[in-house]
Design a binder for this molecule. Structure first.
Ligand code: TEU
Ligand code: CA
Length: 524
């Protein structure tokens, strides 16, 4: 298996809007990240991925881009961005940007042109179709609820948007669109970027007949675009014409992709992506995110082991438990009260000793928890606010029932401001934060964690250090042990004559475990 920096490195994901505000407007920004470069360095991470900071109307907090080559003023300037990447590179840390090219903002100049007339040169940059009578071209739904089609009065046609109506899908079957995307990637790579996180990259190719889909809550029609007809062709084209010309890595966000399908994206000989984020483990405690079901450890073990066995030796995994779209893992699968420290460390161990590149999401390293907002007005996320409306209006669910769902699964749980210290607003801003700070910041914050040798933060630093000291953690193979155990997740890693056994307990009660006799110990 090829050895390379992005397999050996640890990634720290930053959601700039919530990381650190430098100018008191309540919104995190690039200069705020620059202020924290030494903190990031001390963590020991090797790569930083920042969520989108491009020009955007911020309908979906930056995942609706109106200018791919400029920085959104509320995050700062291109000069600030250059100071950030130089600051990271000076510290031996690489920078990965978010490449959001399945869709643009409806305020992007391409779309403003495209919607002007049916014969506008940019018309085919997007996906326009005649309706069926007064109805949309088909029954596809948006990930953010409602129809995936929006009617446009001026030209009397509908345009496709798999997310919000302010995020029209690009038409990847149009070679001009693919050329535009290549130029955007080249622009940032030439500015020194070391890689891309490719947003929902497995849905860029749609079945061009746009047939009706089988009904599935919230994602009707997805069988006609998930891992679509030309997705691999287009990724190979992007890799051949751009990525392969730079020492860069790509991680694709590939929703609803199986481990077997993943091999088509990440097998070294495919020359598509370096690795992907799958979602299989993110659905272990829910159906379609909002219909909750009990967490079952054996189900989680089956899923993670499947990904380890399928990818090992052929491609490369990403390892994550949190990101800006998911609730806080210590509240979700751990215990964010009595055993917050123990369970956060256990979850970190369980995940980051597996084979793959580990991703730590801002705040995960100090065991930040869900926000438990009590009032709908505290939420900001378009997906959460839409789900609340749908749940109340169509599913007739009570306000309390919907608030419980948001408390458990809302993306805003991951977007409350980073908790730096116990001063006002957790040291995130001197202004009014765009979203409320989690009230437990007095106890859960970086400053407190730095002083406590037993903190989750210092544990993460040890984990990261171990990865650098023991190649077996990066390149060892994986073998699950005791798969039927209800409370323990045990696996071993092997490399040459070394063996590493990882034993993690998901139980609140002590669990007896006898280490198998046949183990040859190596001094370490
Ligand atoms: O997320 C795509 C995606 O699948 C998630 O939004 C999913 O619908 C759910 O929220 C998580 O279970 C990417 C970005 O990460 C997300 O922030 C954007 O809102 C979305 O694409 C559109 O760009
Ligand atoms: Ca700011």
């Amino acid at each position: 298996m090829k050895k390379t920096w992005y397999k050996e490195g640890v990634v720290y994901q930053i959601y700039p809007r919530s990381f650190k505000d430098s100018n008191g407007d309540g919104i995190g920004d690039l200069r705020g990240i620059i202020e924290k470069l030494d903190y990031i360095k001390e963590l020991g991470v090797d790569i930083v991925w920042i969520c989108p900071v491009y020009k955007s109307p911020m309908v979906d907090n930056g995942y609706d881009i109106s200018d791919y080559r400029n920085i959104n003023p509320e995050f700062g300037t291109l000069e600030d961005w250059k100071e950030l990447i130089n600051g990271l590179h000076e510290r031996g840390i690489k920078l990965v940007m978010d490449l959001v090219v399945n869709h643009t903002s409806n305020e992007h100049p391409w779309f403003l042109e495209s919607k002007k007339s049916k014969d506008n040169p940019y018309r085919d940059y997007y996906i326009w179709r005649e309706g069926k009578g007064k109805k949309a071209p088909n029954n596809w739904s948006s990930f953010f609820t409602g129809s995936a089609w929006e009617y446009d009065e001026v030209t009397g046609e509908y345009y496709l948007h798999l997310f919000s109506k302010e995020q029209p899908d690009l038409n990847w079957d149009n070679p001009k669109v693919r050329e535009e995307v290549k130029k955007i990637a080249q622009y940032w790579l030439d500015l020194g970027v070391d890689g891309f996180r490719c947003d929902v990259i497995n849905i860029i190719s749609k079945d061009c007949e746009f047939p009706n889909g089988r009904f599935r809550i919230g994602i009707t029609g997805c069988e006609h675009y998930i891992n679509g007809p030309h997705v691999h062709e287009y990724l190979q084209e992007l890799n051949r014409d751009v990525f392969s010309k730079y020492d860069c890595f790509t991680v694709g966000e590939t929703v609803f992709t199986s481990a077997d399908e993943a091999l088509k994206y990440v097998s070294e000989e495919r020359n598509e992506l370096s690795m992907i984020f799958h979602f299989d483990h993110m659905f272990v405690d829910n159906i379609y995110k909002w219909f909750l079901r009990p967490f079952k450890l054996r189900k989680l073990k089956r899923i993670l082991s499947r990904w380890q066995y399928t990818i090992n030796g052929k491609g490369w995994n990403s390892l994550y438990l949190e990101n800006h779209d998911q609730p806080r893992i210590v509240s979700r699968w751990g215990d964010d009260q009595e055993y917050r420290l123990e369970s956060a460390k256990m979850l970190a161990t369980m995940m980051f000793f597996q084979q793959g590149t580990p991703y730590i999401y801002q705040g995960q390293e100090i065991g930040m928890t869900n926000a438990y907002f009590k009032d709908l007005s505290q939420y900001r996320d378009i997906e959460s606010l839409n789900i609340y409306k749908i749940g109340r209006k169509y599913l007739k669910l009570s306000h309390n029932r919907m608030m419980k769902k948001l408390q458990k699964m809302s993306r805003d749980n991951a977007r409350t401001p980073m908790q730096w210290d116990d001063s006002e607003n957790a040291g995130f801003t001197t202004g009014t934060p765009w979203i409320e700070v989690n009230q437990n910041y007095l106890d859960v914050n970086v400053k407190q964690a730095q002083k406590d040798p037993n903190s989750i933060l210092n544990y993460y630093k040890k984990l990261i250090k171990l990865r650098k000291e023991h190649e077996i953690i990066v390149y060892g193979d994986y073998q699950e042990l005791y798969p039927n155990h209800k409370h323990l997740y045990v696996y071993e890693r092997n490399l040459d004559n070394q063996k590493l056994i990882v034993i993690t307990s998901f139980s609140k009660k002590p669990v007896k475990f006898t280490v198998p006799k046949n183990l040859k110990y190596t001094k370490s």
